[in-house]
Structures are given as C-alpha cells and as structure tokens.
Design a protein around this ligand. Structure first.
Ligand code: BES
Ligand code: ZN
Ligand code: ZN
Length: 482
C-alpha cells in the first residue's frame, strides 16, 4: 500500500502535524495549548471548539500544527467521514510525511481508533492515477498502548478491504469485466487469506446450472464468471454465506435504459464488491467463522442473442422464469446465486446484497439500504450490525400479498409485475422464491448507498457500503453462537 501508517512517535517539528480532539479532550487541554502557543484562551476557543470536522492551523516559525475536531459523536461513519474529508482536502499540503497526534485523545481512544484509521486511509484513496507514497507517523498515548496498536492493525486491514471494494466499483466495466472481476478475486485471495475458485466459461456455468445468469449474459460478447470465495478458520464456530450481484454493467438489455445517467451503471456490481471486501476483511482479521461468498458476474448487454421480454428461461433451482423486463436482471443473477448457495451447504444464514432497484432509492434515498428477511433472528443480527457499523438499513416487509404480481401464466414466476409499485419488495419476493423456506435468509438492496455523491469526486463514486456491515454481521453471528 502506498499509504504507510507507522506507529513510531516521531517528534520532529519539521513535519506537519495533525492533532485530533474530541470536544471533551479539547476542553481539558485548551489551557495548556493556549499557553504553549501564547494565545489567549478566549481567542483560541473562539476559533476552535473541536466540533466534528472543524479545523484550525497554528503556525510558529517552521512549525505547522492543524487541530481537527471530532465533536462528541461515537458514530463510526461521522468520525470516519470527518477524518477522511480533512485528510482528503489537505493531503497535498501535508506532503510525503506527516504526523497524526492522538495524544490528546485521552477519553476512550480504543473506541474511536477504528474510524480514525479508516478515515486516514480512505482520505488517501484516489479515483485516478497512482497514489503517491505517504508516511503517516502516528503518535499515540502510552495508556492502553498495546490494545490501541492491535486495534490500529485491525482497522488497517478492514480499511484495505473497503478500498478494494471501492476500487472494484469505481473501475469502469471495460477495465474490470466479468473475467477481470474473477482475476481480481484470484489475485487478492492470497493477500487477504481466502480461497478462490473461479468458473469462467459459458459451458462451466451451464454445468453448474446457472441458467438465469447465462440468460443475462446472452447478449454480451464478454464471458460471464462465477467466483466462490471461501474463508475457513481452524475451528469455525459456524458458517454463513454471502451472495453478491456482480453485474459489471447494466444497459437494461432490450428493455434498454435511458442514456442520461447510464454511465453510473458501472456500479451494478456493488453487491459483489461488498461480498469480496467483507470476506477479505473477515479473512484478514481471522474471525472464527467460516464464510463463503458467491459472485455471479456478467454484464447486461443488447444484441441479437439477448434475452427478450416475453421469453421463458431456466434457473438453477429448476423453476422457470418469464422475463417481463430485461432490466430486472440482478434478481436473475441472485436467484441462481442463492439457489446454488443453499444447495452447496447447510449455511446458518445466507445474505444476498445487490444494487437491485431504483425503487429502494425512491424509498430510502441515499441514506440506507433496504433489508428483507424471512427470519427474525437474521434480521435482528443485520440490524445490530448496522447499528455498530453505522451503515444504515431499514427493514421492509415480505408479505405474501406482494408476490401476486410476480405470478406467471406460463412459467413458475415472472421477473417483474409490470408496474413499479413497491418495486424493491416485489424484487425481494422474487429472490425469496429461490430460497428454501427453512433457510435463514436476508436480502439487502443497496442501490442508493453503494455509489454516491459524497464529496470525494466531481461525479458519484463508490462508498464501500456493505463491507463493514457484513463483517460486523459475521461478528454478531459469532457472538450469537457463543
Ligand atoms: N441496476 C438496476 C438498479 C439500480 C438503480 C442500481 C439505481 C443502482 C442505482 C437494476 O438492474 C434495474 O435496472 N432495476 C430496475 C428494475 C425494473 C425495470 C423492473 C429499476 O429498479 O428501475
Ligand atoms: Zn437492470
Ligand atoms: Zn442492474
């Protein structure tokens, strides 16, 4: 990695220094700082109150110290974003080596160190070009030093996994196509510590029975891929599965999308990227749970061999599907994915994640993913994970009444009711038709949260949503089994 976080308490005053303060820590330290910088307390507190994201630069000869406020929040996302935003905006001025001084964070540093580290590393994430080598010297307090160093090491691993997810989503589909996605998974499996098996031909996917994925791929000149990511610790407490929608580009197919924002549809593998990142994080943290990821990857293209509205296709489960709208392709990939997962092993939980519907964006905007589950325990574990990770979810119902619209006269099920009412729910009902009733399953529709206008670029870019949520889910499942 080009951003090195070093824990070496460098005391050089020549290097720029970034000092972090929570409100409480600022109040306790302000007298001393005022004295040190020969500023009256009244002036100093007027200029800087350590509000979340607030900053001030203090200078003396060649010394430059920036104070950055963290407010009084414990929210992972708020702290991560405040640090990331500051680092992102000031990194050019900070140069090739700088110090981040955490000495003044005397209150519960171990509780906020994770988002701080994540914010620092994400602040150096680049959408374009190769990130320059930067050495960040962390100056940490002596109190709980061992514990904090371990937390820093873990937070680095999770941030690296998250940035991998972001890179997968941000990279255009002509660069990471379905084969490229499988290449990425293979290339990173050793570093993160999981096993990867990739199937890369139409014949291969046909042998596995992934007929619905193949139907989505029918109009493409890019071969599909199907990747299985497996992390198995020595003594797993239990096992879970993640399935991610890996549509590397979604034109809509024959039911083609309008062109205005079609370029955003490179993000349509955001669910698959979150699965890859979450397994990378879980494996590098060596959590005591076995996790398997399933990633069907294809683009959704238009040509003479594309699937058409009105066609009937086969699926992995054996159920036939009437295609009403070829733009409802993600659910076809997930139908095969969840069916394949449920037949491979008896997983304690199966969670699928996908940039699935515009309807979920209409419902929850850009703030939360939509959660669906056939099991209260699974839903509760996801909700808890959401509280911890600060990646918001909101549960929507799966009442059977919503399945009426996807009943077909000529096939077992149809992929779209023909009208957009409750579109996120009808999509979830469709996937549920491919999940065995006894399987504890949850579905996350992340169309509004995987890719957004977040201030870290001129256009939308990847958020890494899902990595932290799914990693935390694995931790909650472990806890729940102890
Ligand atoms: N990939 C889209 C969903 C999407 C929307 C992702 C916005 C990211 C941001 C999905 O495949 C799709 O096209 N859904 C359609 C389904 C409809 C035609 C049945 C939708 O939601 O409009
Ligand atoms: Zn679509
Ligand atoms: Zn799609």
């Amino acid at each position: 990695m080009s951003t090195n976080i070093l824990i070496d308490s460098v005391v050089s005053w020549e290097m720029p220094r970034l000092q972090l303060y929570t409100k409480q820590d600022w109040e306790e330290n302000v007298d001393e700082i005022a004295k040190e910088w020969k500023i009256t307390k009244a002036i100093l507190t007027n200029d800087f109150k350590a509000e979340l994201g607030e900053s001030i630069v203090l200078r003396r000869k060649d010394q430059k110290v920036t104070l950055l406020g963290l407010g009084d929040t414990k929210s992972f996302k708020k702290i991560e974003d405040a640090v990331r935003s500051h680092v992102f905006k000031s990194k050019d001025k900070m140069g090739k080596a700088y110090i981040i001084d955490l000495h003044c964070l005397t209150h519960k540093l171990h509780k906020i160190i994770d988002p701080i580290i994540s914010g620092i590393l994400l602040g150096h994430y680049m959408l374009k070009g190769i990130a320059p080598q930067v050495d960040i010297h962390l100056d940490i307090p002596k109190k709980n030093k061992g514990k904090i160093i371990l937390a820093i090491e873990d937070a680095k691993k999770v941030a690296e996994a998250k940035m991998w997810t972001m890179y997968l989503v941000d990279t255009p589909s002509n660069i990471i196509d379905p084969q490229g996605f499988a290449d990425e998974i293979e290339a990173k499996s050793n570093d993160f510590g999981f096993d990867a098996t990739t199937f890369r031909s139409r014949e291969g996917l046909k042998t596995l029975g992934l007929h619905a994925v193949l139907a989505v791929n029918a109009g493409s000149s890019n071969l599909p891929s199907f990747s299985i990511l497996e992390y198995t610790p020595k003594k797993p407490i239990t096992n879970i599965a993640f399935v991610g929608k890996g549509v590397t580009f979604d034109t809509g197919g024959v039911s083609i999308k309008g062109s205005q924002n079609m370029h955003w549809m490179k993000c349509d593998m955001g669910g698959a990227a979150a699965v890859a990142g979450a397994i990378a994080a879980i494996a590098s943290l060596k959590l005591p749970i076995a996790v398997t990821g399933f990633i069907p990857a294809t683009d959704n293209m238009v040509d003479g061999s594309s699937v058409k509205p009105g066609d009937i296709i086969q699926s992995h489960s054996g159920k036939t599907i009437e295609i009403i709208d070829t733009d409802a392709e993600g659910r076809l990939c997930l139908a095969d994915g969840v069916s394949f997962a449920s037949k491979m092993k008896n997983f304690e939980h199966i969670v699928d994640i996908a940039t699935l519907t515009g309807s979920s964006v209409m419902t929850l905007g850009y703030e939360a993913g939509a959660l669906f589950s056939n099991n209260d325990e699974t839903a509760e574990l996801i909700t808890k994970s959401s509280d911890v990770s600060d990646e918001k979810v909101w549960q929507l119902p799966l009442w059977d009444e919503y399945a009426k619209g996807i009943q077909s006269d000529i096939a077992d099920v149809k992929n779209y009711p023909g009208n957009p009412a409750a579109g996120a729910i009808t999509a979830a009902k469709f996937i549920q038709a491919f999940v065995p009733e006894k399987t504890k399953w949850a579905h996350l529709d992340i169309a509004g949260v995987a890719f957004g206008a977040n201030g870290y670029g001129k256009d939308r870019n990847a958020t890494g949503y899902g990595v932290h949520l799914l990693m935390e889910f694995a931790k909650q499942v472990i806890k729940n089994n102890q």
